[in-house]
Ligand binder design. Structure first.
Ligand code: 4UW
Length: 492
């Protein structure tokens, strides 16, 4: 049996809470100017420095406890497009020893309701534009408006801006009474290998491991670079949450925040802020490579593009390189692995590979009967290590299906370890999941909508890959009710 381990030495993970880990002193924040812009709102240029974020999140942490009455372990749902003070909100809730359940602001009403009810959230933060739909749900579920908070500075329909509840003393860290190894920092939603979205319990340790593993894998002998990151990946999704908030702020790297993806604005911001790094997904790579918009701008400041969340073909990699001569590194991760576990790293890798294992992470590859396979053999990836989730929230069945008895987590992704290059490749997906532009689409959810229609007797939704856009697109196969079928047949 082969257990793959990283070629990079392991790194110890301290038992501390994530709030204190990010805000406590480290090798980066001891040497950088903490009063310069760190979070920069792309459209307005408004910004927050590391010191602003530290002070505001610490005051707000006290406010959540003293002025709102949130208690350790309370779950707070957050639905919003990327905001300037998203990091302040997240850190403040961690400072108040709460668990954050971030969700997609583009959800439908049913999806919002599923997450709010399933997570058992006792408070919620959103933007005024989403209030009408959120209030319909929270009123129904009995979550009072005194527990619904808003980004911005306006009170709307009895819901307060969260900035108004700041306390007047800063919370002291390290926090007392938080078990970083076991307590859940984020309850993110993912459909995993089957069915509807489930709460993924990610501990403080999972995030700290993810950050330290990433830092550990970086080349040590390079001159320090003053990077600026472009941040359009959503802060609710694990890829954006780790790369644009926790990893960036741990290393005090400025992030230019975009509320949503827009190619022209993206290019303008790259030019204006001399962006050096961006985390992207395959459809964005295709846009950047092919769109005449991108050709109008100077993108030469970009030195590094990280791409993941779905496969990117060699052809697309080559056409992007012609337009942006930056290093493109591919990575692979899941919500359940707290982001990247295999990555080409800054040193790059073979085109089309996903790279090498992160330190601390173990991988094995098995066939459909669970038999362990060896080098160059294709099978399902299983992982073990400190950034792998604690489990699904209140879902023994899914946990039993996902974890083996000796603690390996199944991924539903098929790949191999290629001996020639020494790198991993991802080749297929055997789980019920469609990736549309990097976003999760659960076939079960679309099937449930179709089954709700009177004319549908049965259906099945699958993802078909569209090479031109580098994304899967859902396709439904439907069996109509016999009466409808008969009517159609009668049509001339
Ligand atoms: N190639 C093919 C890939 C790839 C992939 C993921 O929505 P989730 O749960 O999570 C993500 C996370 C992506 C990510 C995080 C950190 C990181 O460094 C990185 O690389 C730059 C990417 O998307 O979906 C997880 C599922 O997405 C597929 C795969 O099926 C996985 O189970 N996936 N990365 N490079 N497929």
């Amino acid at each position: 049996m082969v257990i793959y381990r990283s070629t990079v030495p392991s790194v110890p993970i301290p038992n501390i809470d994530l709030f204190s880990f990010i805000l406590g002193s480290n090798e980066y924040n001891q040497t950088k100017d903490l009063n310069t812009p760190l979070a920069i709102e792309g459209e307005t240029g408004k910004s927050l420095s590391w010191n602003d974020i530290r002070e505001q999140s610490s005051l707000l942490a006290t406010g959540w406890t003293q002025n709102v009455g949130l208690k350790q372990g309370d779950i707070v749902a957050v639905f919003a497009p990327n905001q300037l003070d998203h990091s302040v909100l997240y850190l403040s809730l961690l400072g108040a020893k709460c668990t954050i359940s971030p969700g997609n602001p583009a959800y439908t009403e049913a999806e919002f309701e599923h997450q709010i009810a399933n997570s058992q959230s006792t408070a919620l933060v959103t933007v005024p534009g989403l209030l009408p739909v959120i209030l319909k749900i929270t009123d129904k579920l009995g979550l009072p408006r005194s527990r619904i908070f808003l980004f911005g500075d306006k009170q709307v329909d009895g819901c307060r801006p969260f900035n108004s509840i700041k306390g007047n003393v800063m919370v002291q860290y390290p926090l007392q009474g938080v078990d970083g190894y076991n307590d859940t920092a984020f309850l993110s939603y993912s459909s995993g290998t089957t069915g509807l979205a489930k709460g993924v319990m990610l501990t403080h340790k999972n995030f700290i491991a993810q950050i330290l593993q990433t830092v550990q894998a970086e080349p040590k002998d390079e001159e320090p670079v003053h990077d600026v990151i472009l941040g359009f990946l959503p802060f609710y999704h694990i890829y954006g949450l780790t790369s644009l908030i926790f990893n960036a702020y741990y290393k005090v790297t400025p992030v230019v925040i975009m509320a949503r993806y827009d190619l022209e604005l993206l290019c303008q911001l790259v030019e204006k802020h001399k962006v050096t790094m961006a985390s992207i997904v395959p459809p964005v790579a295709v846009h950047l490579a092919k769109s005449p918009i991108a050709a109008k701008y100077d993108m030469s400041s970009i030195r590094l593009l990280g791409c993941g969340a779905a496969p990117l073909s060699k052809e697309h990699i080559e056409s992007l390189a012609k337009r942006i001569p930056a290093k493109l590194v591919q990575g692979y991760g899941m919500t359940e692995t707290t982001s990247g576990v295999i990555s080409q790293g800054l040193q790059g890798g073979v085109a089309g590979s996903i790279g090498i294992l992160s330190p601390n992470i173990e991988c094995k590859i098995v066939n459909e009967h669970g038999k362990e396979l060896g080098d160059d053999e294709e099978g399902e990836f299983l992982f073990r290590g400190p950034s792998i989730m604690k489990g699904y929230f209140n879902n023994d069945k899914a946990n039993a299906e996902t974890f083996t008895l000796d603690g390996w987590m199944r991924t539903g992704d098929v790949g191999k370890f290629d001996t020639k290059s020494g790198e991993f490749f991802i080749l297929d997906r055997i789980k019920e999941l469609i990736k549309y532009k990097g976003f999760q689409v659960a076939p079960a959810e679309l099937e449930a909508i179709l089954m709700g229609l009177d004319i549908v007797a049965d259906c099945c939704v699958v993802g078909l890959y569209d090479e031109s856009q580098a994304t899967e697109i859902p396709r439904a196969y439907v069996v109509l009710q016999p009466t409808v079928e008969a009517k159609i047949r009668k049509c001339p």
